[in-house]
Ligand binder design. Structure first.
Ligand code: SAH
Length: 272
């Protein structure tokens, strides 16, 4: 995981990027999304709990709209939920037509693409997560990601068709991949860029989202045990901690320290 950027040619960058469609209803959108990502050089489509089930991959409308991207459609991963879709991912971006009161920090589409490619350049898997046609992403889904991106469309009519949102983001990520290939630095604002000195340097592996989710569940049990968190009235404590960790680029070692603290808290109770 400590390879330098040069060790990752563009083709490998493209391989690290997942496009995750959560609970998609319309098979046509799945086919169009496959086409959208293939035109931009990507191939990893992940369908979390598609309404039509795994049959969506051979739905005639999906196949028709995938057009020449039937290979991307046929090779899409169909998984039961968003957590499974994000397994092994260290940086995930939620795409939403709506702003949220809580949740991870906001980023612009271009900025999120540049940050994603920074991570991919370190050999890490990244994901862009899109919601369903009718209801979009739930707050829970959004909180599972490290950044929230809104495509700044017409404020009076800002909800794009799902596959068109995928197309736009895939274009931005392609541009960021090509810029990296040319050795150009991307314009990455401070919101969630890798900390200075981290990129390309030898470092401990960044925690994946599964590591962070496991740690949060452990920490939550410890906080309940300490009476710091009231499960009957949790307020926004875990949401705020999620936001904190979403910004932190935690390394695996740091996640282990936090889990160690939680473990000790819970063991003390058993000893008592
Ligand atoms: N009715 C839904 C919108 C669904 S559009 C809602 O109110 O949230 C389907 C998906 O396309 C969204 O979940 C989001 O992932 C993406 N999308 C559409 N328009 C977008 C925009 N302006 N910015 C970011 N993502 C958008």
């Amino acid at each position: 995981m400590s390879q330098s950027a040069a060790a990752h040619p563009a083709s490998l960058l493209f391989d690290q990027v997942r496009f995750v469609l959560n609970e998609t209803s319309h098979p046509g959108n799945v086919g169009s999304a496959a086409r959208a990502i293939k035109t931009m050089g990507f191939g990893r489509l992940v369908l979390a709990a598609p309404r039509a089930g795994a049959d969506v991959l051979c739905d005639p409308e999906a196949v028709a709209l995938a057009s020449g991207a039937d290979d991307v459609l046929a090779n899409a991963w169909v998984v039961p939920d968003l957590d499974t879709a994000l397994q092994g991912v260290s940086w995930a971006v939620a795409l939403s037509a709506r702003s949220r009161e809580y949740g991870p920090p906001n980023a612009e589409p271009r900025e999120s693409a540049a940050i994603a490619v920074q991570h991919a350049g370190q050999g890490e898997a990244v994901a862009f997560v899109f919601g369903s046609e009718r209801t979009g992403l739930s707050n829970d889904d959004v909180e599972r990601c490290n950044a929230l991106v809104h495509i700044p469309a017409n404020p009076m009519y800002s909800s794009l068709n799902l596959s068109q949102a995928v197309q736009l983001i895939a274009y931005e990520v392609r541009m960021a991949c090509l810029a990296r290939e040319r050795g150009e630095g991307s314009q990455v604002a401070a919101v969630a860029a890798l900390p200075p000195g981290r990129e390309g340097a030898a470092h401990d592996a960044l925690a994946t989202r599964d590591d962070v989710e496991g740690m949060l569940a452990h920490l939550e049990r410890a906080l309940v045990d300490l009476d710091f968190l009231d499960p009957e009235n949790p307020k926004k404590l875990m949401t705020r901690l999620r936001r904190l960790f979403a910004k932190s680029h935690l390394e695996r070692e740091e996640v282990n320290i936090l889990r160690g603290i939680a473990k000790h808290v819970l063991e003390r109770r058993i000893r008592r």
